[in-house]
Structure formats: C-alpha cells, structure tokens
Design a protein around this ligand. Structure first.
Ligand code: AMP
Ligand code: MG
Length: 322
C-alpha cells in the first residue's frame, strides 16, 4: 500500500468514510483515525499499529451533540469539564452504550471520548459525520508522533494517508479522566493538569496504585520508548541536588534535554535547553526520535517538578526509561 500525504480535509474525510486509515494532526500528537462504527477498519487500525487488543482506543468527535450516540450517562462534572476543556487535550471515560464496538473499548463497558483542538481535524471529523477512533499514530510502544514525518517513519505503507500539518502544539497525549465515579480520577496525566480538574471538582485525584488496573489498561504497557537508553539527570538549577552519577563525564556520546544548561563537563553531543515545561513537552518525543536517527545511544532528561504539565512529563519520561 502507498501511503499518501494529504492537505485536503475533504479527501481525508472521504477515505475515512470508506473505511480507510488516515493519520490526523491534533493539538496533542498525531492520531491514527478510523471510523468507530466500522469493525474492519478498527481491526486494520490495531494491526497497523501492532497494538495489543486489550488497550482501548479513544473516540474523537467533532461536537458534544455526538456524545449521546456513544455514552449512556454524563455526570454534571463531566459536562462542566467538557464545557471548559473541549476542544482540548482532555479525554473523558464514560459508560458506553451497547452500540459502541467492544473492540474499541477492549471489552470494557466504558468508552474514552474527546474533541481535539485542531482546525483541520475538526473539519475532517465534521465531514466524516460519525465518531472516529484515533490512538496515537505510532507503532505500538514507540514515542508518539508530533510531526507528520514521524508518522511516516513508523507507518509508511501500513496506512492509507497522512494529513500534513505542522508540529503538534502540546506534544504529549491527552489527560485521560475516569468520569464514571462520584469525582474525576486521572488515569493518565496529560495536557490538562490535576489542578485544572480540581478547579471543577475539588475531590478530583490521580489514580492510585490500589485502584483496579483494568480501569486504565494503557498504563500497563511499555511505552514511549526510543531505541536509545533514557535516564534522569539533575536538576541543574543550582539546588545542589544533582546525584553523584551525574558528575561523571558522558564521554561525548549522550544527548540532553532540560530546562537548565547542563554543566560543561557533561560534554553532551546534542543538547536541547527548553524555556518552559510547555516547550519541554512539545519537544520531547521528536527529540527522542531525532537522537535515535543520529545514532545517539543515551538520552539524559533533566528532572522536573510534578506540578502542572510536569506530571505528564514525569509519566512519559519514566515510561521511556522503562
Ligand atoms: P493513545 O490513544 O495511544 O494515547 O492511548 C489511549 C489511552 O486511553 C490508553 O492509555 C488507554 O488505556 C486509555 N483509554 C481509552 N479508552 C479507555 C477506557 N474506556 N477506559 C480507560 N482507559 C481508556
Ligand atoms: Mg499511544
């Protein structure tokens, strides 16, 4: 199969309507889209990604009026979350109606739903007219793609088309929130922070290790891993909390990404000093991929606070470390 590069939203929508697979840009990362009501297309999607069957897909919609076709009950706080954060990097897990394919939900009786904040993709979704399932457009286990080139690197020849667009704005995946309980529970941290959700429901909390694992199946898997070895270093913010191991020379074979300039003796072959947590998240996955292509075997990530977007960075980098 030849994978085409598209710039016309109508063409992308047409391929999706006919049951094809199209990688679409969102504000978080590129997604691999297929009609949610087409079992054959969904089966091809799992196949193209090499995704385990027990990891459910997020369903993307154009507008909130499509919610009632997918879920049976939306609690008040979820309506408020949607009003505040949609379109945006927030996925809500809600009780699924029986019509939602249990292949999409990986057998669960809940479905993850969001409205992405990207002008072309919302146009594509409106034009398709039915909800579209779209996990990240990478081979399973790899870092999520934040550029259309990264999608090609992973999926060329395995999908029908890639919609061309600039690098994604947020750079890490959506915050996944379980909205089936009395208060929201974050299953995966992302672009919307715990504090943002607590502003709407004060009892919102992060998932704990004691919560049942099947509520957030994706978190079981090895994830976001480039071929290079990833490890934490620093922070190099003058707090003096560098570890002894960070003092060793890196012998010119490692790369670095972080908020602070690393000490000169670390002698990194490549370094990306970012100006904010937002920029750290936006650049992280492409940095992993660029280092991999440059043959770099080890990537050092500067430790960050777990406040705000820092929690999502912590989660992704920890999982890249494995
Ligand atoms: P991806 O689209 O590749 O970013 O992965 C989707 C994430 O959403 C995974 O971590 C899934 O486990 C999670 N997810 C999707 N649907 C549900 C659901 N019904 N219940 C819990 N987690 C879900
Ligand atoms: Mg993914």
């Amino acid at each position: 199969m030849t994978t085409r590069l598209l710039t016309d939203t109508d063409e992308a929508a047409q391929i999706l309507r006919e049951g094809g697979l199209v990688a679409i840009p969102t504000e978080t990362v590129f997604g691999l889209a297929a009609r949610a009501d087409n079992d054959a297309a969904i089966a091809r999607l799992f196949e193209a990604k090499g995704r385990p069957q027990d990891n459910p897909l997020i369903v993307h919609i154009a507008d909130t009026d499509q919610l009632s076709a997918l879920c049976s009950h939306v609690p008040d706080y979820a309506h408020q979350l949607a009003a505040t954060w949609w379109p945006g990097p927030l996925t809500m897990v809600l009780p699924a109606v029986p019509e939602v394919s249990r292949v999409i939900t990986a057998g669960l009786d809940t479905v993850g739903i969001r409205i992405p904040d990207h002008v072309d993709t919302r146009q594509i979704l409106r034009s398709v007219g039915v909800p579209v399932a779209a996990p990240s457009a990478n081979r399973s286990g790899r870092p999520s793609p934040t550029t259309w080139n990264a999608v090609f690197d992973d999926l060329d020849g395995r999908i029908d088309a890639v919609f061309k667009s600039g690098p994604t704005a947020v750079g890490v995946e959506s915050t996944v929130v379980d909205c089936t309980r009395d208060a929201p529970v974050i299953l995966r941290p992302g672009g919307v922070s715990l504090a943002d959700i607590q502003a709407i429901h004060p009892d919102a909390r992060m998932r704990m290790a004691t919560d049942d694992a099947e509520r957030s199946p994706g978190t079981r898997y090895r994830h976001y891993q480039p071929e290079a070895r990833v490890q934490w270093v620093g922070p190099f913010d003058g707090s003096g909390s560098e570890r002894q191991s960070d003092q060793a020379s890196t012998a010119g074979s490692c790369a670095y990404i972080g908020l602070n300039t690393p000490p000169e003796h670390m002698a990194y072959v490549r370094q990306e000093v970012v100006t904010s947590l937002d920029a750290y998240a936006q650049k992280l996955f492409q940095f992993f991929r660029d280092c991999e292509q440059a043959g770099i075997r080890e990537i050092h990530c500067e430790r960050v606070t777990t406040e705000g977007l820092g929690l999502a960075l912590h989660d992704r980098i920890s999982r890249a470390i494995g």
